[in-house]
Design a protein around this ligand. Sequence first.
Ligand code: OAD
Length: 235
Amino acid sequence: MKKKIAVLTGAGISAESGIRTFRDAGGLWEEHDIMEVASPSGWQNNPELVLEFYNRRRRQVLKATPNAGHKALVALEEVYDVTIITQNVDSLHEKAGSTKVLHLHGELLKVRSVANPELIYPWEKDLSMGDCAEDGAQLRPHIVWFGESVPMIDKAIPYFAEADIVLVIGTSMQVYPAAGLIRYTLPYAPIFYIDPHPNISHELALRPALRTIRSKASKGVPEVVKQLMKDGGDS
Ligand code: OAD
């Protein structure tokens, strides 16, 4: 049986594909007020501003292409049973060819009815006020906003609980519950954290088998993948 790898990715893996991160210098949250563009109250106060924010992000994501970090994770599937749990709302893991990707914070290329969270549609153009779902309700970005629950977290937990190896790539580990997924991993499962400026969170600091690789994703991920491929994926 193939060994299981759970991969937690954040904005850093897509940085070299031209998609801005949130909390780095020059990141999105320097320029935008989170509560204005990414919260239920922001949506209530000024939905046009929220739509414009995500329309710009969507246009950017449609133009972006996967980098060596995304691609290396695809190669890893040849040897391991790999599941990617991403905080990213872009679709670069899928574009690269990864087959098991779970989006914790939603997807930019999907929209949903404000009245029924089950009514979700693929969406590639700009979204405007007046664009409605089949229930007649306004469509909103299929994004988890601050203050909203993260329904995919329950699906994500077992992948970390059962993982033989964990990779954490390009995330500041500041946003919960995503950053808390590490708590569920087996105590001695190796955790590789690839990030040029890693943030050793409380959960990570407690891990005896943490290996920190201070590199950009395009360099660090292929290096770790090469090593894991050499080690072999059979249990
Ligand atoms: P952050 O912007 O908080 O963190 C980005 C991380 O990427 C930092 O640790 C950087 O050091 C690292 N980084 C930068 N360039 C990199 C590169 N080339 N290769 C690898 N790593 C690099 O982004 P997230 O941790 O993903 O949520 O943020 C988590 C959530 O907060 C996001 O999903 C988003 C945001 O608010 C929502 O919008 C719901």
